[in-house]
Ligand binder design. Structure first.
Ligand SMILES: Cc1cc2nc3c(=O)[nH]c(=O)nc-3n(C[C@H](O)[C@H](O)[C@H](O)COP(=O)(O)O)c2cc1C
Length: 270
């Protein structure tokens, strides 16, 4: 009888411990999975939404309202917006095969995505700001890995022929490529495949920014070595695009009517 009671107590205590352990593991996972979690040098971004109600533009509207935007309000972008932008740039859409938001020749995925965050550039859910710095996008964990702390937007601007929108943007995405990943399979032809792929990624940034009410401009005019140094690229990573992003002073809008008029007027002349 006594033995049975002891055994019963042990079973009860053990199950309570297991339940507690499961509870803490699961709740901790949920915290990390759904909100910004800053732990040391890694920042887990809010999970990307594909059925978000925040923005309601159709694909056609996003295409029509896309414009290169070079003037920004003195306002931060949100961590949720940054999360959506990075996912659209190079996030996963086929978890089984690890295929991404952009097409890639032979699924070789040569691109690496960096973010240069300005002081007070990105506001977090708790109303604090993301530490200014250079971060690398970890697409597997949908996270930012800190490369170096500090506001490097002016340094980046200097290396981009002093284009002032680079210095004013709340964040600049820098897309670099490891050409070897693609040329290993396709030889010299792989070089053009890499350039094509970065164009796809750039267009995704334009469209998601428009859809989120933000504005951006792609920058191709810059000093390669200077940008590599500012961002801290490794020797096999070559910078291809800077994309400046902020809240637009004047969002671009066009009516269907004016596009139709343009087309119909042109039809009058043979
Ligand atoms: C490969 C490439 C490089 C570009 N480089 C720059 C640049 O260095 N600075 C800039 O302000 N705009 C740059 N742009 C943006 C173009 O100026 C812009 O797309 C063009 O004026 C058409 O305007 P839209 O984008 O509003 O349609 C670049 C665009 C492309 C595709």
């Amino acid at each position: 009888m006594r033995f049975k009671t002891v055994l019963f107590t042990i079973v009860i205590v053990l199950s309570a411990l297991i339940s507690l352990l499961a509870y803490f593991t699961l709740t901790q996972r949920r915290d990390i999975a759904t909100t910004t979690y800053i732990g040391g040098e890694i920042i887990y971004l809010p999970l990307p939404r594909i059925r978000s109600g925040d923005h309601v533009l159709s694909v056609e509207e996003a295409i029509a309202y896309r414009r290169s935007i070079r003037e920004y309000l003195d306002q931060p972008i949100t961590i949720q917006q940054l999360s959506q932008i990075l996912w659209a740039t190079y996030g996963v859409t086929d978890p089984l095969r690890e295929f991404k938001t952009v097409p890639s020749a032979g699924a070789t995925y040569p691109l690496e995505i960096y973010v240069v965050v300005k002081t007070n550039g990105v506001i977090l859910e708790n109303n604090e700001y993301l530490e200014p710095g250079v971060y690398k996008y970890d697409w597997r964990r949908h996270a930012l890995i800190l490369v170096k702390k500090g506001d490097f937007s002016r340094d980046l601007m200097r290396e981009a022929l002093n284009q002032e929108w680079v210095g004013n943007a709340r964040v600049n995405i820098v897309i670099a490529a490891v050409f070897e990943r693609t040329t290993r399979r396709y030889g010299d032809r792989g070089v053009r495949y890499v350039y094509m792929e970065v164009g796809h990624a750039g267009q995704n940034v334009y469209l998601i920014s428009t859809s989120l009410g933000l504005g951006c401009v792609v920058i191709g005019a810059f000093n390669d070595d200077g940008v590599s140094r500012v961002v801290g690229l490794s020797s096999d990573e070559k910078p291809l695009y800077i994309i400046s992003i902020g809240v637009p002073k004047t969002p671009y809008r066009v009516s269907e009517h004016s596009i139709h008029n343009y087309i119909l007027n042109n039809r009058k002349t043979p």
